[in-house]
Design a protein. Structure first.
Lengths: 292, 189
């Protein structure tokens, strides 16, 4: 074992050595061996390269995104997993609101509640499950209202209202400020199969359109279908809708989270349509932060 | 007994019996290790997060295939390795196309250094034979003992040691020549 020429035996100690866990006397023997064994030096370099990663833990945002996605995915699989985000400065407020407002009110709050709602909402609807990360899972499952499940499943496109005179840039900025965009991405990514991703894409319209004024609802559906039919190979996920005036013309805006390269959706594309004909009057696309 | 005091295997059993909170505890217990694995295999944080998510979704779908005769942690880690590999394969990123790599591996700032080195490491890992990569990651990054890896991968312990030793040397060689990570691959023994 201590023969300096016994490469295989020394090789087995390299991980402990690299972690600083090897006892001192043995470390000194290994260091002596390393001076004469190029193979061990090479192996040690590889081990250290694997271990050297200064920021390999998830950030709180990444952790929250993971939990929201798993919650949506597990709901789809028929399991409700009450993954509750670790405390942040914002969430306690939503937790206090949740039991009083219920899932429907959280939907009205819309963009503010989306990701927090994805997590708080997973246990919010049950009220009793919001007490912390150790809240009882079984009771949450039995009490979770159906509406809450659907929201987590679908993501939450948001109708932004009547924006008056505006521009594509302003609509895009407004869309980015709403967590609807993020919720749509998360929910889409949580769909386990291509077919389920397509179903989710189609279902997003059913969430967005009813939020529009009654006279615009058919237009919302038609214009989304129109765009989607022109980009069959791309993912077109409606995330926000609005109406307003673009250069003096009344238009319908729809903001899509889109995929530019067959990979996961990583762009925000805002379209302006003539509401009756769905003729495109304007278009703007820009990358979304955190995309590949 | 508190959930945090339960073993992985007990938590999985609880999950199978319908206690959803057991799954939550399993996620929290393993998410950082799987993310760290994803970061090295995928080369960037966004893809590492996606790989972590997919790994746990695979756990949801396939937890019934865990036989309970070996360590759940090792089993899940292998699911993570395979998930990363599948994601990369789907994207035709085995190896990374040259045009997506940093032009100069070493930059001036520490952040850029980290990103460049991470990309080099991910590319070098991808260039290893599957069996070598799995053995190296399980042992050197996952920290699993030779015996456990031998059991999980169903090969003699001598083969595990050989794969780790050879895999490390190949990895070091590829890291020294980052531009040649996609060169010819030896066959795993």
């Amino acid at each position: 074992m201590t023969q300096t020429g016994d490469h295989d035996a020394w090789s087995e100690l390299l991980l402990e050595f690299a972690r600083g866990e090897l006892e001192r006397a043995r470390s000194e023997e290994l260091e002596a061996h390393l001076r004469s064994c190029a193979d061990c030096r090479s192996e040690l370099a590889a081990v250290r390269a694997l271990l050297e990663e200064p920021a390999s833990q998830m950030t709180e945002d990444e952790r929250a995104e993971l939990h929201a996605a798993l919650q949506a995915g597990s709901q789809q699989a028929g399991n409700v997993v009450p993954l509750v985000a670790r405390p942040s400065s914002e969430r306690p407020f939503m937790r206090r609101l949740a039991p009083a407002l219920g899932a429907a009110a959280l939907l009205i709050i819309g963009g503010v509640a989306v990701l927090q709602g994805g997590l708080v909402g997973g246990s919010d609807g049950s009220a009793g499950g919001a007490g912390g990360s150790d809240g009882g899972g079984a009771s949450v499952q039995s009490a979770a209202p159906e509406a809450s499940r659907d929201e987590g499943l679908l993501g939450r496109p948001v109708w932004l209202g009547d924006l008056g005179r505006t521009s594509l840039d302003k609509v895009a900025d407004l869309a980015r400020s709403r967590s609807a965009v993020k919720s749509v991405r998360v929910a889409y990514r949580a769909a386990p199969t291509a077919n389920e991703k397509l179903q989710k894409e189609l279902a997003l319209t059913d969430v967005l359109a009813p939020q529009a004024p009654p006279e615009l609802r058919d237009s919302v559906r038609s214009c989304i279908d129109e765009v989607a039919s022109q980009f069959e190979d791309a993912r077109m996920l409606p995330a926000v809708g609005a109406r307003g005036r673009l250069e003096g013309t009344k238009v319908l805006f729809v903001g899509f989270v889109t995929s530019s390269s067959g990979r996961r959706p990583n762009q925000l594309a805002v379209w302006a349509f003539e509401p009756n004909s769905c003729a495109p009057l304007g278009y703007q696309a820009s990358p979304l932060a955190g995309g590949p | 007994m508190e959930r945090d005091e339960l073993s992985d295997e007990q938590l999985l059993e609880g999950f199978h019996e319908g206690r959803q909170a057991c799954f939550e505890t399993l996620v929290r217990r393993h998410e950082d290790r799987i993310f760290a694995l994803g970061l090295r295999m995928m080369g960037n944080r966004a893809d590492a997060l996606e790989a972590t998510q997919e790994t746990f979704l695979n756990l949801l779908r396939r937890s019934g295939s865990f036989k309970g005769t070996a360590s759940f942690g090792t089993w899940l880690y292998r699911v993570g390795i395979n998930t990363c590999h599948d994601l990369l394969r789907k994207r035709n990123r085995l190896p990374i196309p040259e045009e997506t790599l940093p032009e100069e591996p070493i930059r001036q700032t520490s952040i850029d250094d980290t990103v460049a080195l991470r990309a080099d490491l991910a590319r070098a890992l991808r260039s290893l034979p599957d069996d070598y990569r799995e053995a190296v990651l399980l042992h050197d990054l996952g920290g699993y003992p030779y015996e456990e890896i031998a059991y999980q991968t169903n090969v003699p312990i001598g083969t595990v040691k050989s794969r780790i030793s050879r895999g490390r040397r190949l990895l070091a060689a590829r890291l020294e020549q980052p531009g040649r990570a996609s060169a010819s691959k030896p066959h795993a023994s």
